[in-house]
Design a protein around this ligand. Structure first.
Ligand code: GLC
Ligand code: CA
Length: 564
């Protein structure tokens, strides 16, 4: 049994949202060859693995998370030869590829669903179909089987008149949930991971994989949207273990996206003794600015809640032998500097961008960098709903108005919460389309690309990019970051997050670190300063800190790491 810290402690993963990374042929959409062209940039940053979001055949209703064929490549993203070239070139640079497996659902364009629609019983059993009441019709389908809601808004059930049945879709109506209770479905999906494993990938990311096991008995949820019935469902661990065993994935780098999950479940998903996955994404720390848990109700980030959430996940997962994927952003989230920091002045923007980087790279687990985060890319601040592309954003723009919000209020909420905030094109240079495309980009580009861009930052030793590169190399050279235990400290301000990493008998480098992060635009007392003087400053985003009556006071948005 391998310890996760031994396996993964020195690794860093970089997430590529292919549609927005780099366009090689001028059609305005990123593609596989575009990634290959930028491998030297990624090598320069120092990352170990690339998680590439889905590029499989897909009608692109949810930008590729609606897969129509798991074994072929969507022509707009390239060809299998392009993929093989990418894998070869990445491998030559010591970079592994992780592919994104969307196994909770398929597109309704998938041949399996099309055969189900034609009434083939074999394929009806691949999905979650439920009979409608006799006499139901397109005009009057009656009540759906349960009151569960889709995560993109509306009912989670869609009626099919020709079959007089409903099918379950936890996401868009075009994303039909697979029936994992059917062993043939599980076998099909094992074949898919084997197919890609045989093409030389290093690992996989499994999309919303803790939603795959639905309860036998379907009932209304009178407390919520239904998630408590299918999240971390009855057979989920058994099914993941089987997929890993049959697919030959044990020992590879695998990460599961776990929606609304618990520490207890994530220990089982990720601790080596269970032979499931090697790490988990959880999202509780990204809900600290949801009012009453509602993504579409704005609130300022609650830093005390953020601290408590990180503390329980860091310490709880460690105690159970689990392993966290560490992240602030991905293609479903706003940019963390815009969200938790302040981007209204150059200095605040730089500090905020480096603050979130510091905490992410100093915690215990595997840090993920989402494309552009290493440049300090920000939310775009779109001024009109016409600039949004995401199906969830467009649905909620309508839903919020149906609930009584004005168009302006709805737009303001979308502006803070839209997944498109993280989906604007990678800012390569200062030119018109940021060096992303020679054509017209599929979504707008923030005007700050004239200064926030790779070309400018790579050559500037004081840039956010250079700071991220230093964070990555620090992990590689510092055993206490890779393997040290983690313990959260009680800071003197509820705007400061403080924790300690320790590794007895560290073979090299320091044996103890104290990480201090001021999540506010004002000076804050952090911790008692006695003892700090004997430590050295390992890394900090600014020197703006001082001692005052036995207390270390941090300047606005300052992150500092002391080492002994
Ligand atoms: C995951 C993906 C998201 C997608 C959803 C449905 O949350 O990250 O982009 O919409 O699953 O596949
Ligand atoms: Ca392209």
């Amino acid at each position: 049994m391998q310890d996760r810290a031994e396996q993964l402690g020195d690794k860093v993963v970089y997430q590529i949202y292919i549609r927005s990374f780099n366009d090689s042929n001028g059609d305005g959409i990123g593609d596989i060859r575009g990634i290959t062209q930028r491998l030297d940039y990624l090598k320069g940053l120092g990352v170990d693995y690339l998680w590439i979001t889905p590029f499989f055949s897909s009608p692109q209703v949810d930008n590729g998370y609606d897969v129509a064929d798991y074994r072929t490549i969507e022509p707009m993203y390239g060809t299998m030869a392009d993929f093989d070239e990418l894998a070869r070139e990445a491998g030559a640079r010591g970079i592994g590829l992780m592919l994104d497996m969307v196994f909770n659902h398929t597109s309704t364009s998938h041949a399996w669903f099309q055969r189900a629609l034609a009434g083939d019983p074999k394929y009806l059993a691949y999905y979650k179909f439920v009979d409608a009441a006799p006499g139901a019709s397109a005009k009057d389908p009656g009540e759906p089987p349960t009151n569960w809601l889709s995560k993109f808004g509306g009912s989670a059930w869609e009626y099919v008149p020709s079959l007089n049945k409903w099918y379950l879709h936890l996401f868009d109506t075009s994303q039909a949930d697979l029936n994992w209770d059917n062993p043939e479905v599980r076998r099909e999906l094992v074949d898919v991971v084997r197919f890609w494993k045989d093409r030389g990938v290093s690992g996989f990311r499994f999309d919303v994989v803790n939603l795959i096991s639905k309860p036998d008995h379907l009932e209304d949820d009178d407390e919520g949207d239904g998630r408590r019935f299918y999240t971390d469902g009855p057979h989920v661990h058994e099914y993941i273990r089987e997929l890993v065993r049959e697919g030959g994935l044990d020992g590879m780098v695998t990460v599961g996206e776990m929606s609304s999950t618990s520490i207890e479940n994530c220990i089982r998903y990720s601790a080596p003794r269970y032979h499931e996955l090697s790490q988990t994404f959880s999202f509780h720390h990204l809900k600290v600015d949801y009012r009453d848990g509602d993504k579409w109700a704005l609130a300022e980030p609650n830093i005390a809640a953020l601290r408590d959430t990180l503390a329980s996940w860091q310490e709880g997962m460690t105690a159970g032998g689990g392993w966290n994927a560490l992240f602030w952003s991905n293609h479903d989230q706003p940019r963390p500097n815009s969200r938790f920091g302040d981007c209204s002045s150059e200095e605040a923007w730089r500090r905020s961008s480096e603050l979130v980087g510091t905490i992410n790279h100093l915690m215990r687990g595997t840090p993920y960098i989402y494309q552009g985060e290493e440049l300090g890319m920000t939310d775009p601040g779109f001024a009109s709903i016409d600039e949004y592309r995401d199906v969830e954003s467009l649905n909620y723009y309508q839903i919020l108005q149906d609930e009584g919000k004005t168009p302006g209020e709805a737009l303001r909420i979308i502006g803070r919460r839209s997944r498109d905030n993280g989906r604007t094109p990678m800012q390569w240079d200062e030119s018109k389309h940021a060096g992303f495309t020679t054509g017209t980009p599929w979504i707008g580009i923030p005007s700050n690309h004239t200064t926030v861009n790779a070309k400018a930052e790579v050559r500037d030793p004081e840039s956010v990019w250079s700071y991220y590169r230093r964070l990555i190399s620090l992990r590689k050279e510092t055993p206490v970051i890779q393997r040290g235990s983690v313990h959260f400290l009680d800071a003197l301000s509820d705007k400061v997050i403080a924790f300690e990493r320790t590794l007895d008998d560290a073979p090299s480098g320091p044996a103890r670190l104290v990480v201090l992060c001021n999540f506010s635009g004002t000076r804050q007392p952090a911790i008692a300063s006695d003892g700090l003087a004997e430590g050295s400053l390992l890394i900090a985003n600014a020197r703006d800190m001082h001692e005052e009556e036995g207390t270390l006071v941090l300047g606005p948005w300052v992150a500092a790491v002391f080492a002994w």
